[in-house]
Design a protein around this ligand. Structure first.
Ligand code: NAP
Length: 273
C-alpha cells in the first residue's frame, strides 16, 4: 500500500491521521497515513527512510516547514513564494513541495462567510503560517494588510517582499490604528497558555477575529477578541481540515467533502477538553 504521513515535533496528538482516514472513507480508499515524530536534526534521514518504505506523500508541520523547502527538488509557485512547504508529493525519485496553508485559510474563512476581497486585515505574526496567510490575503484582494510581529524586523522583511497594499506597524503602535475588518492571529503565542495582550484600542472593535491555532492554543486570543467585542470569532480547526483536503486532492486526484470531517474533528477536540 502507498504510505502517507505527517512529520513534526511534537506530533503524537496530530489530528491529520484521522482527517485523512475520514477523507479516504468517502472514496473507499484505505489510507496508510501515520504521524511520524521528527525534529530538525532527524527529518532528512526520516523522510528518506519513509520514501524507501513506500512513502508517496507527506504533510509537514512545526518545526519542519522551512527545512522541507530545502529537501524538495521542485516547488509549487505558492510554496516558493512563502518559503514554506506543508505538503510533499513523491514524483519518481524526487520530492515535490507545495504549501496548502494559504488556500486552506481562505476556504475556511469563506465557510464562515468571510471574503477577504476589499477588507482591511491585521496579521499578527511573521512566521511560516503568517507568510502563507499574507500571500493568500493579497491574492484574494485584501484592500490593506498590516503585518505586525514580536520581532519587528521579520514583519518588515515580510511586508517588503509582499509590497503594497501590505505594510508594517509596530506592535506597540497598533493602539493608534482604526478598526480592522479582520484580525488574524498567526503567532504561536497561545501554545504557552498565557493571557493574550490585546494590542488594539478599546474603541477599535474588529468585525471578525481568526486564530490559526485551535484547541487550547486558540483560547487566549479568542478570549481577548471576545472581551474586545469582536462580532465574530473563529479558530483554525477548519483551516486544518481545508489544507488537508487540498493535500488529499494533490495525492489522490479527488476532492473530499470537508463539512462532515470538520464536524467529526471538532467533536474529537471538544472531547479532549
Ligand atoms: P512559526 O514559524 O514558529 O512562527 C511563530 C510566530 O509566532 C512568529 O511570528 C513569532 O514571533 C510569534 N510568537 C511566538 N511566540 C510569541 C509570543 N509569546 N508573543 C508574540 N508572538 C509570538 O510558527 P508557524 O508555523 O507560523 O505557526 C504559527 C501558528 O499557526 C501555530 O500556532 C500553528 O499551530 C498555527 N498553524 C495552524 C495551521 C492550521 O492549519 N490551522 C497551519 C499552520 C500553522 P517572532 O518572530 O518574534 O519569534
Amino acid at each position: 500500500m502507498n504510505r502517507y504521513a505527517v512529520f513534526g515535533q511534537p506530533i503524537a496528538h496530530s489530528l491529520s491521521p484521522r482527517i485523512h482516514a475520514a477523507f479516504g472513507a468517502q472514496f473507499g480508499i484505505a489510507i496508510d497515513y501515520r504521524a511520524i515524530e521528527a525534529g530538525r536534526e532527524t527529518f532528512a534521514a526520516t523522510l528518506e527512510a519513509f520514501a524507501r518504505d513506500g512513502g508517496r506523500g507527506a504533510n509537514v508541520t512545526l518545526p519542519l516547514k522551512e527545512d522541507a523547502v530545502v529537501l524538495c527538488d521542485a516547488l509549487s509557485d505558492r510554496a516558493r513564494r512563502c518559503g514554506s512547504v506543508n505538503t510533499l508529493l513523491r514524483e519518481g525519485e524526487r520530492w515535490a513541495g507545495d504549501s496548502t496553508d494559504g488556500v486552506g485559510l481562505l476556504r475556511d474563512l469563506a465557510r464562515h462567510g468571510i471574503d477577504a476581497r476589499g477588507l482591511r486585515v491585521l496579521l499578527l505574526g511573521a512566521g511560516g503560517a503568517a507568510r502563507a496567510a499574507a500571500f493568500a490575503f493579497l491574492d484574494a484582494g485584501a484592500r490593506e494588510l498590516v503585518v505586525t510581529n514580536r520581532t519587528a524586523a521579520r514583519a518588515q522583511a515580510l511586508a517588503h517582499v509582499l509590497g503594497p497594499p501590505a505594510r508594517t506597524c509596530a506592535w506597540d503602535a497598533l493602539r493608534h490604528q482604526a478598526a480592522f475588518d479582520l484580525v488574524v492571529n498567526a503567532t504561536s503565542a497561545g501554545h504557552a497558555g498565557d493571557a493574550f495582550d490585546w494590542p488594539l484600542a478599546a474603541g477599535a472593535t474588529p468585525a471578525a477575529c481568526y486564530d490559526l491555532s485551535y484547541g487550547r492554543a486558540a483560547r487566549p486570543f479568542l478570549a481577548a477578541a471576545r472581551a474586545a467585542h469582536a462580532r465574530a470569532m473563529h479558530d483554525g480547526l477548519g483551516m486544518l481540515v481545508e489544507q488537508a483536503a487540498e493535500s488529499f486532492e494533490r495525492w489522490h486526484g479527488v476532492r473530499p467533502e470537508t463539512t462532515p470531517v470538520h464536524e467529526q474533528v471538532r467533536a474529537m477536540l471538544d472531547a479532549r477538553g
